[in-house]
Design a protein around this ligand. Structure first.
Ligand code: DGY
Length: 317
């Protein structure tokens, strides 16, 4: 069995895979170039991919033996699922193991944006602190406010659950109602426009699909309160980044906390000039615990396939 791992992941997963086949790991500390990827998959049976690897028709044309693509991410918008299914290729992802890590990071962004943590840190390092002041770095309080969750899947629900100590009202929008979530959290299902108008903090947790691309655009941003904060730890293209820059510049909304961008690793250059945005380099799942679990889950999906089982977190059932 020949296995390709397109980017170095935690060693125990590589060691495990080596017990089941011949493993080639991208030796570079960067994603594989398209040429490197297309050439490396030519003789492989299984591939452990990253969210930056585009797995499309061209990929499959170059990979006649590949029978499983194990994506090292919960999102799989980098993969043409229809094409994979048509060709009888299993696609798997890494759900659950990164839920809390990503929800925690959404909270980190919310706190940082609401309490202007990054701005204040820069201020200190710049030697500007001349002593306590009653108006210094006023931000937004969190307790008792309204939380708007767009997408009440695993991560959205975990994010909402983490608000328990803050006595918040929870509104959510999704393509379908989640009655258990409503019961558990007292969350209220509302239309997207209503959520945008009512919520103080809005956090995005839907996957990227044709339906969610630019779900938040100029019109939606204009519905938000001038005091609102938008958090995105899901996928960049869900938000129209140019429209977001405009809204932030014109103070149509108070702030944003971003872990993802429309054209990663690129982003609208003006974002970096704004004080009311906190920017992170797509590190939602980047805890030691989650990254090890993701690596082991992706490896175990490949092993399930090798041993003739249906992979445990199969996407194209
Ligand atoms: C995912 O899993 O989809 C994240 O974006 C990366 O961990």
């Amino acid at each position: 069995m020949k296995i390709l791992v397109t980017r170095r992941i935690m060693e125990p997963a590589i060691e495990l895979l080596k017990k089941y086949g011949e493993v080639e790991v991208n030796p570079h500390d960067r994603p594989m170039t398209r040429e490197e990827l297309l050439s490396a998959i030519a003789d492989k049976d299984a591939v452990l991919t990253q969210l930056v690897d585009k797995v499309d028709r061209e990929f499959f044309d170059h990979a006649p033996n590949v029978k499983i693509v194990a994506n090292y991410a919960v999102g799989y918008d980098n993969i043409d699922i229809e094409e994979a299914t048509k060709r009888g290729v299993y696609v798997t992802n890494t759900p659950d193991v990164l839920t809390n890590a990503t929800a925690e990071l959404a909270w980190a962004l919310l706190f940082a944006a609401a309490r202007r943590i990054v701005e204040a840190d820069k201020f200190m390092r710049g030697g500007h602190y001349k002593g306590w002041g009653p108006m210094l770095f006023l931000g937004k309080g969190i307790t008792g406010k309204t939380l708007g969750v767009i997408g009440a899947g695993r991560i959205g629900q975990a994010f909402a659950r983490m608000s328990k100590g803050f006595n918040m009202k929870i509104l959510y929008y999704d393509f379908e109602r989640k009655e258990n979530f409503e019961k558990e959290m007292g969350a209220q299902y509302v239309a997207l426009d209503e959520l945008l108008k009512e919520a103080d903090f809005i956090s995005i947790h839907v996957p990227l699909t044709p339906q969610t691309r630019h779900l938040i655009s100029e019109r939606e941003l204009s519905l938000m309160k001038p005091s609102a904060i938008l958090i995105n730890t899901a996928r960049g293209p869900i938000v129209d980044e140019k429209a977001l820059v405009k809204a932030l510049k014109e103070k149509k909304i108070y702030a944003a906390g971003l872990d993802v961008y429309e054209r990663e690793p690129e982003f609208e250059p003006e974002l970096a000039e704004l004080d009311n945005v906190v920017m992170l380099p797509h590190i939602g799942s980047a805890t030691e615990e989650s990254r090890l679990d993701m690596a082991m889950l992706a490896a175990n999906n490949i092993i399930d396939f090798i041993e003739g089982r249906v992979p445990r977190t199969l996407v194209n059932k």
